[in-house]
Write a protein that binds this ligand. Structure first.
Ligand SMILES: Cc1cc2nc3c(=O)[nH]c(=O)nc-3n(C[C@H](O)[C@H](O)[C@H](O)COP(=O)(O)OP(=O)(O)OC[C@H]3O[C@@H](n4cnc5c(N)ncnc54)[C@H](O)[C@@H]3O)c2cc1C
Length: 439
């Protein structure tokens, strides 16, 4: 049975997190506002503020809540994580303070699932401890949504793998200690068995970051963004650098993307809620033509639509989390795709209305709304474009149906009426009863 009650002990933790994020973490968003700042382990001032905050989170038992106890997390499950992530979604820095920042979360998951003991101790433990950051290097300049088009190669040469090719939008590569690179290792194999994952330490010779590409919400100057356009020039790693078995690249990639998508969805609820709060405050604070904005029907429509869309989305996300917690692995696939499809639109629409109600001020860098608005298109692309996930939803839903048996649909009224007449013939043919029946 679905139950939306939150246990009092966990509610107390959420209350602590809400106050902590507002008071201690949101100031970091203002002091270190650039896209890469939470990942820049070289900024000593930011780290000096960050580390004690992370200690407080650990002391509350809220560090790395996406992980089970075997990996040092509390193992609360996805529903509780959803409630927590709603709070963390209000702040850009909060996921880093709470040890749940992407893409490190996904990379940690695949290291835990597919890594050898040596790989885990070298890469996973410092990642979980928040000491280093990492990169997932999959998308290529000529192909993103369809990995079957990837051409970056890796081949065996003695006791090494040699990687050669380009990758695009490898987030945080400039700060990463290691990169997980997807490369074609067997071009003649069937498409889903052609690729493998390789763990590449950042200091390995031959890695050239051609540019650090910035999205529109990041810095203006070219080469000052955080998404690495990388050329791997015959980069050599030992054979044991492979994550998973040869040909398992697709499988490993899929394992990390589901969790990442639903965590983004949970945080999106938080960001939308913050924008909604701003919208309502504005509506009851600003006057025009003798009344408050809140008294205008158009503004009331903004508020009602935003709240309804937000609550619909929140229920979808919570239901998805509940399916992940209660049903076998993979059961939430369609739900996760639904969260992914709806995410960018709900974020865009609510922030757009909040921004619009703030008038010219809404468009400026003196409020967070314009920056959030500019990040909305990212959510429609990162972890795969909306269309691809929409296709997943449709295909999964269509699997549940069978073609109509005859020429007409199974809901065609004439044969159903005939059946109904036969079923109740003893009554409708009883002339001792009054009343009419559909002829
Ligand atoms: C903020 C951000 C962070 C990212 N971080 C990473 C990262 O860390 N590592 C990494 O490897 N990648 C990363 N990416 C890349 C991301 O995974 C790709 O952008 C995504 O997979 C789409 O690939 P593409 O950009 O090449 O677009 P394309 O594949 O060229 O798609 C462009 C458009 O074509 C249409 N389209 C594509 N396929 C279909 C289809 N099957 N049906 C209908 N229409 C379709 C859609 O409209 C789509 O938006 C990131 C992207 C963003 C925006």
């Amino acid at each position: 049975m679905l139950d939306f009650t939150i246990e009092p002990e966990f509610q107390a933790k959420l209350d602590w997190a809400a106050g902590f994020v507002r008071k201690e973490v949101e100031p970091l968003d203002l002091l270190f506002p650039h896209g890469g700042d939470p990942y820049d382990t070289g900024n000593e001032k930011a780290r000096a503020i960050l580390r004690p905050l992370q200690q407080q989170v650990r002391a509350q038992g809220l560090w790395a809540c996406h992980l089970g106890p075997e990996l040092g997390g509390p193992g609360y499950g996805q529903v509780k994580l959803a409630y927590l992530n709603e709070i963390l979604g209000r702040s850009y820095w909060a996921p880093t303070v709470f040890g749940t920042a992407a893409p490190d979360t996904g990379n940690a998951e695949i290291l835990a699932m597919f890594g050898t003991e040596e790989q885990k101790s070298r890469y996973l433990q410092p990642l979980l401890d928040g000491e280093i950051v990492s990169t997932f290097s999959m998308t290529e300049p000529q192909a993103g949504a369809d990995p079957k088009e990837f051409v970056c190669r890796a081949w065996r040469d003695g006791d090494e793998w040699v990687i050669d090719g380009e990758k695009w939008f490898s987030s945080n590569a400039r700060y990463a200690s290691f990169l997980i690179v997807m490369a074609v290792t067997d071009p003649d194999a069937p498409p889903h068995a052609r690729m493998s994952m390789l763990i590449v330490p950042a200091e390995t010779p031959g890695i050239e970051i051609k540019r650090n590409v910035g999205t529109m919400d990041e810095r203006d100057a070219l080469d000052e963004g955080i998404h690495g356009y990388i050329r791997y020039h015959q980069v050599r790693v030992p054979l044991d650098a492979m994550l998973g078995a040869p040909g398992e690249g697709f499988k490993v990639a899929q394992a990390r993307l589901g969790g990442g998508r639903v965590h983004h969805a949970m945080r999106t609820v938080g960001k939308c809620t913050r924008a909604f709060d701003m919208m309502c405050e504005r509506a009851i604070s600003r006057r025009t033509q003798g009344t408050l904005l809140a008294d205008k029907q158009a503004v009331q429509q903004f508020i009602a639509d935003s709240w309804i869309e937000l609550q619909q989305y929140r229920l979808l996300v919570l239901n998805t989390a509940w399916i992940i917690d209660t049903q076998p692995h993979g059961a939430a696939r369609t739900q996760i795709a639904m969260c992914k499809v709806a995410m960018a639109k709900v974020l865009h629409d609510i922030i757009q209305r909040a921004l619009h109600l703030h008038g010219s001020l809404g468009t400026t860098n003196e409020l967070p709304l314009a920056k959030w608005w500019m990040a909305a298109p990212n959510l429609a692309l990162a972890d795969g474009p909306t269309e691809v996930h929409r296709t997943t939803v449709a295909k999964q839903m269509l699997k549940k149906y069978r073609p109509a048996e005859g020429l007409f649909p199974s809901e065609h009224i004439p044969p159903k009426l005939e059946d109904a007449r036969k079923r109740y013939a003893h009554i409708i043919n009883d002339d001792s009863l009054s009343g009419g029946v559909n002829a």
